[in-house]
Design a protein around this ligand. Structure first.
Ligand code: PNS
Length: 169
């Protein structure tokens, strides 16, 4: 419902979902921009039991909380299930996603249409900062594993955590 009789929450909320294994500067750029557009931004760390990550869910959450603390309106939570259920339970009408390139668009469009069809939640696409258009958690891990320089691709806390994790393995 829209207009003066709307029952929508006056608090404008959005969610930035992902695996965040680990968070990169590309993710952080999107979260920071969403935090300027919305009153409250949830970062949903979606649990995928069939995919073992390099970092445990709690470790990913701790890193995201640390690097988003300065924004003041970002909440970080794990969730196992459909993203639309996460949104419904928290009264979140919008999903914010970064688009790095046209190649992202096919799958992102499918998910956006599915999510809208399931529950009416909207997806807002934000063009990624071109500095990060090639960036993904998987590529960062690959570069790090082979001793490449990735300091400019992740926040300093992630640089430390990833370096230590790879030393342990
Ligand atoms: O960082 P990723 O792995 O690219 O994020 C993908 C993610 C977690 C956002 C997406 O897989 C997702 O929304 N998963 C939650 C389960 C769900 O709602 N699936 C239906 C999507 S149409």
């Amino acid at each position: 419902m829209t207009g003066p009789e709307s029952e929508e929450s006056p608090v404008r909320r959005a969610v930035c979902p992902g695996s965040f294994d680990p968070i990169t500067n590309g993710h952080l750029d999107i979260i920071a921009r969403a935090s300027r557009l919305y009153d409250e931004v949830y970062v949903a760390v979606m649990i995928n039991k069939s995919k073992k990550g390099l970092f445990e869910i709690e470790e990913r959450i701790d890193l995201i909380r640390t690097v988003t603390a300065e924004y003041g309106n970002v909440r970080v939570e794990a969730f196992h299930g459909l993203l639309v259920d996460f949104c419904k339970q928290r009264d979140i009408p919008a999903i914010v996603k970064g688009l790095r390139a046209v190649s992202d668009f096919d799958y992102e469009l499918q998910m956006a249409q599915m999510n809208n069809g399931l529950s009416g939640v909207e997806t807002l696409f934000v063009p990624t900062n071109p500095t990060y258009s090639f960036l993904s958690s998987s590529l960062v891990k690959a570069v790090a594993a082979w001793g490449g320089d990735f300091a400019h691709l992740v926040p300093p806390e992630v640089l430390t955590a990833l370096t230590e994790r790879l030393r342990e393995d």
